[in-house]
Design a protein. Structure first.
Ligand code: FO1
Length: 303
């Protein structure tokens, strides 16, 4: 069973891990968001790809939600002490990945090629594809101005309300090798419980990806990132309220109009109507067992 999962960072990576656990080796392809990539201290960081990479490798920090378990911060402390940027926390273990990736990109390798090598180096038997190899970057428009994603999310603690999300470079961006083929050949497509505005939309902003998804052969199911109308983590509930007028399953489903055949929602959000069939379960993933259970449930819905 070939499953494609469109995925952002923390929440999405948890479901990706669940899917990896319940599928056979080689059956899962994750298409990851690169809109929140950044260069900091001279290294290229792909936070969402790394959240998936670490979750599939089983080395992620489950409590913090991003980065590596057992992390130390000595390089960052040193950089700070020498006057370097310290607002974006790069751990020592994490830095190893950024160094390898940055060197490869400087040599001219595409992001997809180096990501594939990282996945193989970790012994992961799944595919992880960036949506695009091109420079696609998410910006948020707020009452305080327009900010690059990480400047708003991390440096400003996502405290500014969001009026609009702009994906810079979307018109020029093409899909990374293998992305369209994976969607075309999939037996099921899952949109992870990630933020639709800043995690999934930047994937769909690559026009051929949206087009191939719109004309899909296989079923596509999204898992709602909301529980009781609230985001498990992060600013999504505030964003949806302000930009879409509410936080019900209908508001989530509307973000994926024409692209999904069903929406998985939490018990706390049922009963509801959303214009697509709803499948109700417990969606909170506090550990690997929850993730496996939600993945198995989602696969039932998608097949
Ligand atoms: N999130 C934070 O809130 N603060 C950080 O300093 C931070 C550093 C960081 C470093 C590497 C990485 O892979 C992720 C990191 N994140 C941090 C999380 C990241 O901002 C988010 O996971 C995504 O960009 C949103 O999906």
């Amino acid at each position: 069973m070939r499953i494609v999962c469109l995925c952002g960072g923390v929440g999405g990576a948890k479901l990706a891990r669940g899917l990896y656990d319940v599928l056979e080796p080689g059956e899962l392809t994750v298409i990851g968001n690169v809109g929140d990539d950044l260069t900091v201290l001279g290294v290229h960081v792909s936070p969402d790809l790394d959240s998936v990479l670490y979750a599939l490798a089983g080395v992620n920090d489950e409590e913090r939600g991003w980065g590596r378990a057992g992390e130390t911060w000595r390089a960052l402390e040193s950089a700070r002490s020498w006057g370097g940027e310290g607002w974006f926390q790069l751990g020592d273990l994490d830095l190893g990945v950024h160094l390898v990736r940055t060197e490869a990109l400087r040599r001219g390798d595409p992001l997809s090629a180096v990501t594939e090598r990282l996945v193989r180096a970790a012994g992961i038997e799944a595919h992880l594809l960036p949506a695009t190899d091109d420079p696609l970057r998410t910006h948020v428009v707020t009452p305080a101005g327009r900010f690059a994603f990480q400047e708003w999310f991390v440096a400003r603690g996502h405290r500014d309300e969001v009026d609009d999300v702009v994906v810079a470079g979307d018109e020029e961006a093409g899909p990374a090798p293998g992305v369209l083929e994976a969607i075309e050949r999939a037996d099921g497509i899952v949109i992870a419980p990630s933020n639709p505005y800043v995690s999934i939309d930047p994937i769909l902003a690559v026009r051929p990806i949206r087009d191939v998804l719109a004309s899909r052969r296989a079923a596509c199911v999204a898992v709602s990132p909301l529980i009781g109308g609230r985001a498990v983590k992060g600013p999504l509930d505030r964003m949806l309220s302000r930009m879409a007028g509410g936080t019900t399953p209908a508001h989530v489903a509307a973000r994926y109009a024409g692209l999904i055949d069903a929406l998985v929602i939490d018990e706390a959000d049922a009963p509801a109507r959303a214009g697509v069939p709803l499948a109700v379960t417990r969606t909170l993933m506090t550990g690997r067992e929850d993730a496996r259970r939600l993945a198995a449930f989602t696969l039932e819905v998608v097949s």
